[in-house]
Design a protein around this ligand. Structure first.
Ligand code: KIV
Length: 276
């Protein structure tokens, strides 16, 4: 082989879990979710971290919670995202029921996700009970991002998706969960649906980056569910800023297409073949 280097997108240095941890207190970490290769390819350029979130169950598969998401679904979407993203760190959510039971069930699920998708880390929704799992996985080569505050997989215990930490007891519990997750070796912590004051307290209390969603601008990074921020859904939580109106754009395009099909304006000459 010649010494010539083959330059391809595969050679772009990819963000790592320690690279994310090193950003604590530094330049804000940009994160978004993705579930397919084309979206991952678009957002890769601008994101430090792409999460294949189990929100896929709700925003792609039309489920009414993330509880029905399976490991196989996460692996399929993780593989697609890995085909599109070459620069950002790709983290795949461990779905409900795939990691809570024991450290060995967590390792089995997480190692399967990493081996079958090629992603670089997993995320788990965690309380103090999950500290043993986080340290077990991390010691065995699996970087873990934790998720505290509003934990959507616990919707049936919480009774809904309201912001968390309104009373002192729950706020203290969330702070403890974050500290336990950091101490156990999480490389970053997502904090969702809490008030600004609590998010800031957590960010100060832990030595790894906090990634806020409905939390505070002072978090070390921010994440949004991409279809939400693109305006694909009418009803979204208060914390979602819609940066585009893809629902409206799609509706307009589809209506024009339907009108043109009905009037036979489409396909015109430009879009048909004529062999000489
Ligand atoms: O599943 C998901 O998309 C998430 C984000 C909301 C952080 O966990």
């Amino acid at each position: 082989m010649s010494g010539q280097k083959h330059i391809s997108r595969q050679n772009v240095a990819r963000m790592t879990a320690p690279g994310i941890t090193a950003r604590k207190g530094g330049e804000p970490i940009v994160c978004l979710t993705a579930y397919d290769a084309p979206t991952a390819a678009i957002i890769d350029e601008y994101c430090d971290l792409i999460l294949v979130g189990d929100s896929v169950g709700m925003v792609v598969h039309g489920l009414n919670s993330t509880v029905g998401v399976t490991l196989d679904m996460m692996i399929l979407h993780g593989q697609a995202v890995m085909r599109g993203a070459h620069k950002a760190l790709v983290v795949v959510d461990l779905p409900f029921g795939s990691y809570e039971d024991s450290v060995s069930s967590a390792f089995k699920s997480a190692s399967r996700v990493m081996m079958e998708t090629g992603c670089q880390a997993v995320k788990i929704e965690s309380g103090t009970y999950a500290a043993a799992t986080i340290s077990y996985l991390t010691q065995r080569g699996i970087p873990v991002m934790s998720h505290v505050g509003l934990r959507p997989q616990s919707v049936n215990v919480l009774g809904g998706y309201r912001a968390r930490g309104r009373d002192q007891k729950v706020a203290a519990e969330i702070l403890n969960n974050a500290v336990a997750a950091a101490d156990a070796g999480s490389f970053a912590i997502v904090i969702e649906g809490v008030n600004t004051q609590l998010a800031d307290e957590v960010t100060k209390a832990v030595n790894v980056p906090t990634i806020g969603i409905g939390a505070s601008k002072n978090c070390d990074g921010q994440i949004l569910v991409t279809p939400d921020m693109l305006g694909l859904f009418e009803r979204t939580p208060k914390f979602v800023k819609k940066y585009e109106d893809l629902k409206g754009i799609t509706e307009r395009a589809v209506k024009t297409y339907a009108d043109e099909v009905k009037s036979r304006a489409f396909p015109s000459k430009q879009y048909t073949y004529k062999f000489k």
